[in-house]
Design a binder for this molecule. Sequence first.
Ligand code: NOJ
Length: 575
Amino acid sequence: MTQNLADTSRPAAVPAAEPTAEPIATNAGASRGWWRDAVIYQVYPRSFADGNGDGMGDLPGVRSRLPYLRDLGVDAVWLSPFYASPQADAGYDVADYRAVDPMFGTLLDADALIRDAHQLGLRIIVDLVPNHSSDQHEWFQRALREGPGSPLRERYHFRPGKGAQGELPPNDWESIFGGPAWTRTVDPDGTPGDWYLHLFAPEQPDFNWENPAVADEFRSILRFWLDMGVDGFRIDVAHGMVKAPGLPDLGSHDQLKLLGNDVMPFFDQDGVHEIYRAWRKILDEYPGERIGVAEAWTPTVQRTANYVRPDELHQAFNFQYLGTHWDAAALREVIDVSLDAMRPVDAPATWVLSNHDVTRHATRFANPPGGTQIRTAGDRELGLRRARAATLLMLALPGSAYLYQGEELGLPDVTDLPDEVRQDPSFFRQAGQDGFRDGCRVPIPWSGTEAPYGFGPTPGGPSWLPQPASWAELSVEVQTGDPTSTLELYRSALAVRREHPALGAGTAVSWLPSAEGVLAFRRDSAAGSFVCTVNTTPEPVRIAAPGRLLLASAELAVVDGESVLPTDSAVWWAV
Ligand code: NOJ
């Protein structure tokens, strides 16, 4: 299944991108810590751009839209998995880590995409899924075929069941997607056999990282993509690869509720850090500062900091920030805690509001506080107002920020998808925590008045999830050039962030005195200072302007010489 880069039978779908003045040289030796303040844009390949019109986004589609991302002003693009996969979990079930799934294109397309991105000054980060493979992975298929005693079984967690006939799972662990974390196999002679562990769907068997063949294979996979020129990896379930010895029972049900609060025998075990130390050495062998980003859900930001110690990975997602509601005191606290946690390990704080696993923040903020899986549309106007302000707040903070495709258009979650179009595996395993993830994965609108709104090449053509009719008004085409649009707000914010000397990397903010429900902080540099003010209250708030207005998420008024911060707004000032 592994594809050959020399295969030129498939013509390039789009012309090569125009080079810019500052292409990325991945063989450059100089280190500037580009990742310390990078704005990284997540592309969800299924839903970004469909080059061949089959209703599914693909790599040629992404490639054709790279100039848009350059113009938006991001530094790097993280692509969710595009590898060969039966798509039981939208590509997070990988059957061949060195091949591109035909639905997304070929290795040649990946190569062209990486080259074009570098020409445009954009870095490329790919997703790596080391906790589990697809059940269609060659190793797992052979393990099943060869039956008990097969050395391939050692690369996964196969165990005999409990009970007189082995009819009960080996322990009480529950799948993150709901139901037991174990599935029983059938032996080659047709009789019920051992069970295997899958923390996610049954189609995603967990690797046994105690087995040296697994570690060897992933070191080789890292090199394969580094040799292709990628600038880094986002590491899926980075906290999950090592399980507590003996796979002990947890002793409680409803284990999903414990996630993020308690140390679990399958998450955030200290042994995972050995893996990252080995990987860091490989990343450092390559020129141009290749990075690793941990998707690690841990009980505290301090535990998250362990993943970004100087000899481990470079960044870790800040899910505590993502989970914070629109509340000034809570925001201030999570900002302080995050910066304090990262300082001792000399890693940048990261900030993120949306991704492909959670309800988009425009919809979260449209609803009363209620976690990251929201099922109601809520007050759309309120949600968008807060989302725009939240973005300006995030982009003003020291460190690196992650954007999720479509948030720059102010897209809401699609909360009314009919059940029959849903594809998220956790939706079908009712108890799962993430059952409503399809709502943030709907293909994004680019242009035109008819679905798929430029997502695919043909008006009236297909898209793998239906787009709401209201998205015609939210397309890139409609928003471009409209100074009040969310897209132009993002473009301006990213341009200011690049230019202003006090924005970007850093380790601290100085809080300024402010009224209840209002945040005000200052950032200083030798070349100029910066203030961000945020009004989270339902009322306008008057303040003495702290400086020259740079950018605001909503229109400011001036009354009696004072500036009036509109409700749910953020304002950037040059000082
Ligand atoms: C985290 C990914 O973001 C999510 O989409 C996926 O379902 C799980 N990991 C399992 O790979």
